[in-house]
Ligand binder design. Structure first.
Ligand SMILES: C[S@@+](CC[C@H](N)C(=O)[O-])C[C@H]1O[C@@H](n2cnc3c(N)ncnc32)[C@H](O)[C@@H]1O
Length: 251
């Protein structure tokens, strides 16, 4: 009798990240501020406000993509933010924003970030002056290099393989020094997805208990909260957004 074989999960290297549809992704997610962006910004701003202005020497944004607001949020506390990104399309977008100035659509995001954290520089351009765009991926991370690390919609949105998701989260957690802090956001229970009518990108549906299981062996003070599903976004099949903070065990 013939048996039906299940397709192998698509792994990170199986997708063409260089061809990430930057314009379409921005149009669907970041040209306007959505309720879930507000939620992420409030959460991450509270995380960064625990540090004195400029107290962090070097911080990480892993898989930065074309999203500028996590970089804005870090700019109050951090003197240097490494935006690590593998995709040629996203690197080109980030470099254009830093070289020629950010697109106007980012200004409302910066206004909210600065209203929440007056330690942020007066202008978005000044805040982005703290960012270094670095080509690379999670596999390039060295242990203990950063004071804090941030990751938004990356580990669960770049592979269908739960083991690879776990490895990516582990490299993220280990990238901060002992006592260093982590902040992250994840799509909740999102299956593989399309941006517009483009190709299917690999994703790994995760929930709060999966996040706790993956991060608990590497962190203390682990906290996971959630935002309700944002119906103003395209239907990506998610059930909301999960927000995480944690700390690497101290020296
Ligand atoms: C869904 S997008 C999220 C982008 C952005 N962080 C945001 O908040 O919108 C996933 C990002 O992860 C990047 N990426 C893919 N594989 C990666 C890897 N192995 N390590 C780090 N980033 C990766 C992609 O190029 C893309 O920028």
């Amino acid at each position: 009798m013939a048996t039906r074989r299940q397709a192998a999960p698509r792994r990170n290297r199986d997708a063409d990240w260089d061809a990430w549809p930057v314009g379409r992704y921005l149009a669907e997610n970041y040209r306007q501020m959505h309720p879930c962006d507000r939620g992420v910004i409030h959460h991450h701003s509270a995380f960064y406000r625990q540090f004195a202005p400029g107290a962090l020497t070097r911080t990480l944004e892993l898989g930065a993509g074309p999203n500028l607001y996590p970089l804005m949020l870090a700019a109050g506390a951090s003197r240097r933010i490494d935006a690590l990104e593998p995709s040629a399309a996203n690197l080109a977008y980030l470099r254009r924003q830093l070289t020629y100035g950010p697109e106007d659509s980012w200004e409302p995001f910066y206004a909210l970030c600065r209203a929440l954290d007056p330690a942020l520089p007066a202008t978005l351009t000044e805040a982005l002056g703290r960012v270094r765009v670095v080509r690379g991926d999670a596999g390039d991370l060295a242990d203990g290099r950063y004071d804090t690390a941030s990751m938004n919609f990356v580990a669960e949105s770049v592979t269908e393989d739960f083991e690879e998701f776990t490895a990516l989260c582990t490299a993220f957690a280990r990238s901060v020094r002992p006592g260093g802090r982590l902040v992250a956001s994840f799509m909740e229970r999102m299956p593989s997805y399309r941006i517009g009518a483009g190709p299917v990108w690999p994703a790994c549906p995760v929930d709060a208990s999966a996040l706790r299981a993956v991060f608990a062996p590497h962190t203390v003070s682990l906290r996971v909260t959630r935002l309700a599903k944002d119906h103003t976004l395209p239907e990506y099949g998610d059930t909301g957004v999960l927000l995480l903070t944690a700390e690497r065990p101290g020296p």
